[in-house]
Write a protein that binds this ligand. Structure first.
Ligand SMILES: [Zn+2]
Length: 392
């Protein structure tokens, strides 16, 4: 049995479905899946219900994360048609800004180019700005970001012409980084036929030449990100299946397979699942944190055995090597031998400073005391009331 020791992994692209669609997933189940997959930090996308586009919705999402998350997290805010200035004020509290420029799940798509300019200019230039932009949309976006003179991070690159465009832009000196999802590296059009309606995903599964081009441009790929997008098996089997796959628990095994195949070195894997995501998104270190992976014994991927509430996987029945046996987060066992040990609420917000965390801790303790105080005073009053009535 050979064990591989990795740092705590980072997934910069996760859909928690919380708040709003917790029958698909919530913070607790999403981060259980993350730990089972070797991830100790996840960055959550803003297309929840309601979408995270202003202070109120951000507070709601952060509150859900704070009580539910079992690993560390950051929350993206979403670019809307008219919120460029107000959302920019939320930059310090968020993982980054997400701009949806192509067809996706939810209603955050920005069709008006003037809104693109507004966001590219208003969002702080030293904070991460992530885009869903495919093909010619990506070309337009890169042109605009170049004119504005700011960096952008391109989500889930899936086609040859896109990775080539990013390669050329970067060679020309543009500040552009990108991520690729394991399903785009592993699944192709033939799998799409086998999966039938469940193959729906944005961007769609591409052709074999696209997949080959992604592997050939490995040096251009900064991050592997799962785009974990859970829907239930019933929803995926319905007449209009929503797009998306769960991915947190299958990413590492699929990439360990690529290491076995000689397509990837362990160092390249760690760069794309830990070092580069931390650098690009400015994430804090996690001391005394690491992941142990058993990389030789084959096992079979089964949806119902996953921690995600989705209960299915596009990789059903696939034999892989690479199984997470232990995750330690800040010195504590968070996952061991198939069991998630970190309780909901034990994760930390990557954007919360120690000072802020400590101040909130004090406030929460005081809140509990004050509520208890009210209860106790009320209890006294009620008991007294009872006594007084008895007297009368
Ligand atoms: Zn996504």
């Amino acid at each position: 049995m050979t064990a591989l020791r990795l740092p705590g992994l980072v997934d910069v692209h996760v859909h928690t479905r919380d708040p709003g669609q917790t029958h698909k997933e919530d913070w607790s189940s999403a981060t259980a899946a993350a730990l089972a997959g070797g991830f100790t930090t996840v960055l959550a996308m803003p297309n929840t219900d309601p979408a995270v586009t202003d202070r109120g919705t951000l507070e709601t999402a952060l509150a859900a994360a704070r009580t539910g998350a079992r690993c560390d997290w950051g929350q993206f805010v979403g670019a809307g048609a008219t919120n460029a200035t107000t959302v920019a004020a939320l930059a310090p509290r968020s993982a980054g800004l997400k701009m949806y420029l192509d067809q996706t799940f939810g209603d955050l798509r920005l069709s008006d180019l003037s809104a693109w300019w507004d966001h590219l200019e208003a969002w702080p230039h030293d904070r991460p700005l992530a885009v869903h932009a495919e093909q010619r949309t990506l070309g337009t976006l890169l042109f605009m970001a170049g004119v504005v003179g700011r960096s952008v991070h391109v989500c889930h690159v899936s086609r040859a012409d896109e990775i080539e465009m990013i390669h050329r832009a970067r060679d020309a000196g543009q500040a552009v980084t990108c991520e690729v999802a394991p399903h785009h590296l592993v699944l192709d059009g033939q799998t799409a036929v086998r999966l039938g309606s469940a193959a729906a995903v944005r961007p769609p599964l591409a052709s074999e030449p696209d997949r080959t081009a992604l592997w050939e441009h490995l040096e251009v790929i900064d991050c592997f990100a799962t785009d974990h997008a859970p829907h239930t098996a019933a929803e995926k089997g319905g007449r209009t299946p929503p797009p998306g796959f769960p991915g947190l628990e299958t990413a590492l095994p699929l990439l360990v397979e690529a290491v076995h195949d000689g397509r990837l070195t362990p160092e390249q894997l760690v760069a794309r699942l830990a070092d580069n995501p931390r650098r690009i998104f400015g994430l804090p270190d996690q001391p005394d944190t690491g992941v142990e992976v058993e990389i030789d014994t084959p096992w079979e991927i089964r949806g119902p055995e996953m921690h995600s509430r989705a209960g299915w996987t596009p990789f059903e029945g696939l034999k892989v090597r690479g199984r997470v046996t232990r995750v330690v987060l800040r010195g504590e066992d968070a996952f061991r031998d198939g069991e998630v040990l970190a309780p909901p609420g034990s994760g930390r917000d990557v954007r919360e400073s120690r000072e802020l965390r400590e101040r909130r801790g004090v406030r929460e303790r005081r809140g509990v005391r004050e509520r208890r105080g009210v209860r106790e005073r009320r209890g006294v009053r009620e008991r007294r009331g009872v006594r007084e009535r008895e007297d009368a």
